[in-house]
Design a protein around this ligand. Structure first.
Ligand SMILES: [Zn+2]
Length: 452
């Protein structure tokens, strides 16, 4: 719908009118995105504009992909996931493009680049993904402008997104047209008006969709709606609406409902267990008894790798799967120490089906989405029982609801696939996933058996 181009023009206008002196940062998720964006959207726009061309000539020495001067004002084009060359920049304005595609903690870091500014102009834009997350969360704090169309027949103002698919009605020859919600008369979508849904909010927000795009016909949209395999993707990209089906995210309540009030969380255990460890600034650990139905025995956090060995003894751990990244060296030491028991896990998106156990390297490779599907299913099917509720289990439940399954599009290839997106701290969720992978080895079954 051209919003990125609009934001490039906004950048140039801010520089030209001297509203910003320290400059602007245009954020995209990765350096690769920046490279594509600058090549296909920014540079062509400058090449075709004589005034901008002469501006660029003035500072030819400092005109490159990541930094361009316009009217003496620096504009930085940066990938949020790259760590290089960001800390030294400060600016008066920022655009956060593809807002839902970046870790929200990184956005908070990026905002600090404006902390010294008295101007602080910010724009966020994105295709929405999950409700109450990212751009949708921000939009809810805004005045929520929607594009509305006046019905010349009955006088009603119509917001098409509010009554899709009824906003498309079929004429006598079977073609879809934009219809008034009340009288079904044809609407003229070239004559629209922005209306605020929450006029009390001071932040301005716009929701746009393809429903009134001059480039996509109602017939095309209805065809995709009726035939798509990826309905969530359709809602996000065509309607501009976040979408999550009930099976794409477990809730904390759902997890805590699996607690057995008669069973205490113990500090040791006799039968053989499976252990999963997520590695971060802390070690997050989940221990399960793999016999079915699966029992969660213990969840907790440790600071040091050295403490893991005693924990494995106390809980009679037969198989342990640990996150291979980011502490590769420490993990290698650990899997060497526990040579018959511990495996380092790599997520590999090109894999399909059964987990691949490399007996020599003590490495297990799994498809991230498929493995998370399997462990999610165990919660939905109530094949897991938890000990009686305690603060650590509440944190476990919280981490479980902090991932959601969404459709991701490979922008180069155009492929769509499901991925689990982090929407908050999710360490215990991954620890549980690793524990389930360890359990599958103890049972001698792979991922396929879970789906059977
Ligand atoms: Zn009408």
């Amino acid at each position: 719908m051209g919003v990125s181009t609009y934001c490039i023009l906004w950048t140039l206008w801010l520089a030209r009118t001297k509203r910003i002196k320290k400059g602007l940062i245009y954020w995209l998720p990765t350096d690769g995105d920046v490279s594509d964006f600058v090549k296909t959207k920014v540079d062509p726009l400058i090449v075709e504009n004589d005034e901008l061309q002469s501006e660029v000539q003035k500072r030819k020495d400092s005109y490159n992909q990541g930094l361009k001067f316009f009217y003496g004002v620096p504009t930085y084009w940066r990938g949020m996931k790259s760590k290089s060359g960001v800390k030294s920049i400060s600016a008066d304005a920022a655009v956060y493009d593809e807002f839902d595609e970046v870790d929200q903690a990184q956005v908070a870091q990026a905002r600090k680049r404006l902390s010294a500014s008295e101007v602080k102009l910010e724009r966020e834009l994105s295709t929405p993904t999950i409700p109450d997350y990212g751009i949708n969360k921000q939009f809810q704090t805004s005045d929520q402008c929607h594009y509305a169309f006046h019905c010349s027949s009955c006088g009603r103002w119509n917001i098409l997104e509010d009554y899709f698919p009824e906003c498309f009605q079929q004429d006598k020859s079977g073609n879809y047209y934009h219809a008034c919600r009340k009288c079904k008369n044809r609407l003229d979508v070239t004559k629209g008006r922005w209306v605020q849904k929450e006029s009390g909010n001071v932040i301005r927000g716009y929701q746009i969709s393809q429903l009134y795009s001059p480039f996509v016909s109602p017939n095309e949209i209805m065809h995709e709606y009726l035939n798509t395999e990826f309905i969530g993707h359709f809602y996000n990209h065509v309607l501009g609406i976040p979408y999550l089906s009930a099976t794409d995210r477990v809730t904390a309540e759902m997890v805590l409902s699996l607690c057995d009030p008669m069973r205490e969380m113990k500090s040791n255990y006799l039968p053989q267990t499976a252990m999963g460890i997520d590695v971060g600034s802390l070690l997050h650990i989940v221990i399960i008894d793999p016999k079915k139905p699966t029992k969660l025995i213990w969840v907790g956090e440790l600071k040091n790798f050295e403490e893991l060995d005693l924990l494995m003894l106390k809980f009679n751990t037969k198989t342990c799967v640990i996150d291979a990244l980011p502490e590769t060296r420490k993990v290698k030491e650990f899997t060497k120490r526990q040579v018959n028991k511990a495996w380092a896990c790599f997520y590999n998106d090109n894999m399909k089906g059964n987990y691949a156990w490399d007996e020599e390297q003590k490495i297990v490779s799994v498809n991230r989405t498929e493995s998370l599907d399997a462990s999610t299913l165990s919660i939905f099917r109530k094949e897991l029982s938890l000990p009686q509720r305690n603060p650590m289990l509440e944190r476990f439940a919280d981490h479980c609801q902090n991932i959601a399954k969404v459709v991701e599009e490979d922008r180069e290839k155009g492929d769509r696939k499901y991925v689990y997106r982090k929407i908050g701290p999710d360490h215990f969720r991954h620890a549980y996933n690793y524990a389930m992978i360890a359990a599958s080895k103890m049972r001698g079954s792979g991922i396929a058996s879970v789906f059977r």
